[in-house]
Ligand binder design. Sequence first.
Ligand code: MSP
Length: 654
Amino acid sequence: MSKRFYITTPIYYVNDKPHIGHTYTTVLADVLARHHRMMGEEVYFLTGTDEHGQKIEKTAAARGITPQQLADEVMPNFENLWKRMGLTNDYFVRTTHAQHKAVIQERFKQLLGTGDIYKATYKGLYSVSDEAYVTETQAKELQAQGLAHQLVELEEESYFFKLSAYENWLIQLYEKYPEFALPDFRLNEVKQFVAPGGERGNLQDLSISRTSITWGIPVPGDDKHVVYVWFDALLNYLSACKDGFWPPQVQLVGKDILRFHAVYWPAFLMAMFRQEGEDLNGELPARIRALLPGTILAHGWWLMGEDKMSKSKGNIVRPDDLLRFGSDAGRYFLLRDMQIGYDRSFSFEGFMERLNADLANGLGNLASRSISMIQRYRAGVVPTAEIFDDLDKEVEEQGRKLAPEYLALAEKHDFSDALDKLWAYLRYLDGYIVKAEPWKLAKDEANKAKLDTVLCQLYRSLRATAILTAPVMPELSQLLWESLGMPGKVGEQRFAAFQYEAPAPGPVADPKPLFQRIDKESVLNEMNAPAAAPVAPKAVEYAPLKENIDYDTFAKTDLRVGLVIDAEAVPKSKKLIKMTVDLGFEKRTILGGIKEAYAPEQLVGRKIVVVANLEPRALMGIQSHGMLLAASDANNMPFLIAPPAEAEPGFIVK
Ligand code: MSP
């Protein structure tokens, strides 16, 4: 049986649309999933949405809809975006799924039974924004950050999870298995939280139910309480796990939610998996470690300048900005520019510069030059290399090292350095071409073997590049793969089976352009262009008023509501339509000069206003028994006067 790899992203709140932060995590997870498939592993990749809790309840209330309606409306934004970004998640979990709810209630009951969950009264401070109780020390920290206004005094009955009982095991987890939370400086923050100053007894029990909200999963047997949103959310990884894939090898999280994942989450799991006789004050059993997530990998934030992105600042980068140049371009940029663990500031200009330098110039140019030379000088047939001089030897050595070095960095989840290394090699190959001057070699048959070597080395390096970058850029790498004359799907290759020097299976194809250079200035101009000026209302020409009439004169006009039941164009007439109009008391033929504005089929079923007592008149040989009312603009374009829907045929209009 092949090795199994279970990878997760956080599940996203449905009170907001996806932004670059969500996109980054989920793309990184996808790259890891694809990478592990190419390592020959059986992969289960999970993402989804977090749909319960106060934030969702409030956002929905503000919009006058139910939380479920809000979730149903927002969830597809995530699901559709992931499709557009080419993501290969195996499942999309929603915490409102019945199956998820059942698991939460079952686990809650289990922990009540073992005494890991108990009921008590909480009295103290509560952070509305974090949906969590806070200690005095935490309150001071929040006050220092100017967030004190989000705290309220609270006294309520609550179910608690015995987090304090797991402190010993947690500390051992971090000490003995430092790969549990990466990068290491993030692990240190976790250790600090669990045991500030290194003393025991600092972790407090965790409240895991709420009576103040209703939008959540009821506590089994006590439905005044709903299960705390983090107990509900974290357990998605368990409820939506595919049989045989437990535990997750890598769980991606942003630095802000590391504490939930590296403290509460393993403690919940320890409580669920521990057996009689396993001493919480003794050594952490290896059996337990093996059932916990392999690594919680915490990344930093995408910032705007120095600032956090936020709706109120209006500085959020939306995924559409990233997708502007194709999903692979966005994927490449996110992976290349973010060093896992650190924050990174985003600039649209920097984004375009990166794409031009690396995709249009770097890889794009090298590929088209190299493949064109193989076509021009060798009719597309890839020659075999012989080593001639030191330069060839160096290129060959570096080329062979490329895949193992790239894969070793990727193994450490360090795609930024892996891609950096790969692109440094591509630049080095540009230099190789300049030095070897194949266009000169081609002029003299005596240099045939040396030219063969140059062309072959370029081919091999590009083929290695296609396969290595397939998880990051599935579409571009496939284009490159096909241009190199390679059969099948590059994403279905296995890294282990890849041989740098394997002979080319056939001739190269025409080089397909990989990435169009972006005209940075014009894109920026387009983005900064002021929105189209509002169209000034057209000056209306008002016809002069007719002479006054007295009421009796007006009252002589009998206006009625009519329903058009049939309509056809009058042959040879530019303007006339013949209609059968139901006036309630009788049906009439009426001609109207409205052909330029209405098609006959648009009229059937329409209610109109008719001058019902107008002397009948023949037009184009047809008797018209009445006239319909229309308003018209300066060009005489008619707009039919429409009575309200409730008015029935025959009603008098006055
Ligand atoms: N629902 C919880 C997670 C529950 S997981 C059991 C949640 N949702 S969230 O939608 O608010 O955020 C999800 C992720 O987006 C977090 O990992 C967070 O770090 C990440 N990001 C939010 N803003 C970000 C950036 N500006 N940059 C990078 N990631 C950021 O928290």
